[in-house]
Ligand binder design. Structure first.
Ligand code: HDE
Length: 703
């Protein structure tokens, strides 16, 4: 039974409220609180005269504006965030003493920032890239940051290579091109010399790099961490976030078009979901490995280029996170939030993964430049909800007014305060791992197999996923001007899988390199988004349907579909040649949400055309309507056309109509057609196709 007193999910929001400025019914003032009479003209010596230095309002306003920008994050610059809460399912104190995982009545406030990695702050959302998934838990014992990605492995094995990796993938320094893309010589030159990156490269070339929604991707802590329980027993853990909905991706052609039509696609999607109450939810899980089993795997648990197949060590679900509130101010919250993998609470500890160790230095350090000094923990979004007392003092923008005369420890003058807390009473104590070794700059032998898991990933994918991955390889390497780089990368691909190497080589004009691919490898169903479990989680809930109409549309057919969509939680937008009220054949009207000028089928999950003589006459000759339909078809999206709308289709893409069933409905690979029959039956058949999402079996689709 939940204890309502323990609902602290709003604690962070309440605290933020003290810092929120509400301008409703307020008067304009300077920063000093002086009320302003006039702000449209500067103070001048006569209406056409010179501006006077005396104008403090002009100077203050200009000074502030001139310094509005702060450096963007060196990576993960583009992001979007949301507030929410986390609650564990039961008491997991046998695994960890972390308070948020021991008390199921506790709702811990969270702030989550999703991001792309490579692009600048204003870059498009839908580029091929890793996605960041960083969560700040404001726990009663302090802040815990789980700074994760949507892929379970990483490019490099040691933090010291991170600056090289990032320099190689960012736009080339002489002309700063290309933006937010790995498809250039520098990146692939680096990769061709870094075989350890091959597993991650498979993930980056896969559809996982093109998420349909931040709410429909997984998150992974990547490194092996430790859980420490109340008795001090340690276990290795890998953190996972599993969305409660299915994991879904866009297709490459679509992502490129979206980047132009709506560069804020994923940001808007997250924002709109929360605004309409369709809250993104993720379960936090862990793969647990007992200390004595550390060496039971054919890879090293400390190697961040490897994953533990979920079939070998299942993900134990610990609790659920719900994102239910959009930030009030992008800069104050989303931009100023500062994550750090070293922000941990008792019960969570590190391992010697050399990538993690590099991160433990980097994240604090980078905030000094980005947020202007050492006091960033005092920025409202970064403050813990529990009290902070220590002897750190001063620095730029210090907010706290520390009282007392003795900011040092030990002291007698302040009676020893602030006091230390013993481990058993909530103080953090590092796990006493036994360490022995010589000081060396060396990579462990156990880190040296770079191809087996790359092959496992590739061979675990479905046919369409593998096809997409090969096309991605053709695109990326096709953008590489130097043929030697292409050849070197393909030599690595040949060690992974012959079909892969052949497929990519064919597209980039390089002979298929000889190379012995790794032999038979085990596969892991969890790696494919087309596995049975994920497919069964798909539904129409939250899918965005474009209903294309014009004057004279069949209003009965449209209404039936809208009713069915509403029942299943799908969102319908009306697209018409113009905004305003559009009159249907039966006399009712529908308000257009978007026009061909403001939207495109790439921004929807499914396409519907209700027909109606007048409407089809208008639409069938419209280039934009044809483009809408053709892209929805090529991107394997559910499509439904009714009545005379089929005449338009005959013109756009003839030969689709097969033999109808008893209800007059033809359904093939997600294309649902009905010349005559009951409109509710068409609506049901369409919504079923929407619930399945993409229909890869379609001819010419997802090329
Ligand atoms: Fe990061 N990373 N990273 N990273 N990372 C940053 O921190 C870094 C790595 C991740 O929304 C930076 O505050 C190093 C792995 C996310 O604010 C920086 C290494 C994973 C975010 C930094 C890595 C991540 C960052 C840039 C290798 C997945 C966005 C600004 C040793 C487990 C957080 C900042 C947000 C951000 C360094 C590798 C995830 C420079 C040195 C592996 C989600 O400190």
């Amino acid at each position: 039974m939940k204890n309502p007193d323990k609902d602290t999910s709003n604690q962070k929001l309440d605290e933020l409220e003290q810092h929120r400025e509400h301008a409703e019914d307020a008067r304009l003032s300077t920063n000093q609180g002086l009320l302003v009479t006039h702000t449209d003209d500067s103070l001048k010596a006569g209406p056409r005269g010179p501006t006077l230095l005396e104008d403090f309002n002009l100077r203050e306003k200009m000074m502030h504006f001139d310094h509005e920008r702060i450096p963007e994050r060196v990576v993960h610059a583009r992001g979007s965030a949301a507030h929410g809460y986390f609650q564990c399912y039961e008491n997991f104190s046998d695994l960890t003493r972390a308070g948020l995982l021991c008390d199921p009545s506790r709702k811990t406030p969270v702030f989550v920032r999703f991001s792309t990695v490579v692009g600048f702050r204003g870059s498009a959302d839908t580029v091929r890239d890793v996605r960041g998934f960083a969560t700040k838990f404001y726990t009663e014992e302090g802040v815990w940051d789980l700074v994760a990605n949507n892929m379970p492995v990483f490019f490099i094995q040691d933090g010291i290579k991170f600056p090289d990796l990032v320099h190689s993938i960012k736009p080339e320094p002489h002309h700063e091109m290309p933006q937010a893309s790995a498809a250039h010589d520098n990146f692939w030159d680096f990769i061709s010399l870094m075989p350890e990156s091959m597993h991650m490269i498979m993930w980056v070339l896969s559809d996982r790099a093109l998420p349909r929604s931040y709410s429909r991707m997984e998150g992974f802590g990547v490194h092996t961490f430790r859980f420490i329980n109340e008795q001090g027993k340690a276990r290795f853990v890998k953190f996972h976030w599993k969305p409660t909905r299915s994991i879904d991706s866009l297709v490459w052609d679509e992502t490129q078009k979206i980047a132009g039509k709506d560069p804020d696609f994923n940001r808007r999607d997250l924002w709109e979901m929360i605004e309409r109450g369709d809250y993104p939810e993720f379960e936090l899980g862990v793969q647990i490995v007992e200390e004595e089993d550390e060496h039971k795997f054919d890879f090293d648990l400390l190697d961040p280029t490897k994953l533990i197949p979920e079939e070998d060590v299942p993900v134990k679900k610990l609790g659920k996170m719900v994102l239910n509130r959009n930030p009030d101010n992008f800069f104050a919250e989303t931009e100023q939030v500062a994550f750090h993998p070293g922000h941990v609470v008792p019960g969570i500890d590190f391992t010697n993964d050399p990538l993690l160790q590099g991160r433990l230095f980097s994240y604090l350090d980078t905030q000094i430049t980005r947020l202007g000094g050492p006091n960033f923990a005092e920025i409202p979004i970064n403050r813990p909800t529990c009290p902070v007392h220590n002897n750190q003092r001063d620095g730029f923008m210090r907010q706290t007014i520390n009282t007392g005369k003795s900011p040092y420890s030990p002291n007698n003058r302040a009676k020893g305060c602030p006091m230390l807390t013993p481990e058993g009473m909530g103080g953090y104590a590092h796990y006493m791992e036994r360490i022995e070794g010589q000081k060396v700059r060396e990579r462990s032998e156990s880190f040296k197999d770079h191809y087996t898991q790359a092959a496992m990933f590739y061979r675990s994918l479905s046919d369409s996923e593998r096809r997409h991955l090969i096309s991605a390889g053709q695109f990326e390497l096709g953008k590489v001007a130097d043929p030697d780089i292409r050849t070197r990368v393909l030599e690595h691909f040949a060690h992974i899988d012959t079909e892969l190497a052949k497929g990519v080589a064919e597209g980039v004009g390089v002979p298929v390199p000889d190379g012995e691919p790794v032999g038979k490898v085990r596969t892991s169903a969890a790696l494919s988004m087309e596995n049975e479990e994920n497919r069964s989680k798909r539904s129409a809930m939250g899918c965005k349907i474009a209903a294309m109409i014009a004057e004279g549309f069949d209003d009965k057919v449209l209404k039936a579909m809208m009713n069915a969509a509403e029942k299943q939680g799908a969102v319908v937008e009306i697209v018409a040649p113009r905004l305003g009220e559009i009159k249907g054949a039966g006399g009712s009207t529908e308000k257009a949400d978007k026009t061909f000028a403001t939207t495109h089928s790439v921004l929807y999950d499914a396409f519907f055309m209700p027909g109606g003589d007048g409407a089809v006459k208008t639409l069938r000759s419209k280039q934009e309507a044809a483009g809408f339909f053709m892209d929805a078809y090529a991107h394997a999206k559910p499509i439904a056309l009714a009545g005379v709308a089929l005449d338009a289709m005959d013109r756009w893409l003839p030969g689709l109509e097969a033999s109808p069933n008893d209800s007059g409905i033809t359904t093939e690979h997600g294309v649902v057609l009905q010349r005559k029959g009951k409109e509710s039956e068409l609506a049901d058949a369409f919504l079923e196709a929407v619930g399945e999402h993409r229909h890869w079996g379609r001819d010419h689709a997802d090329s």
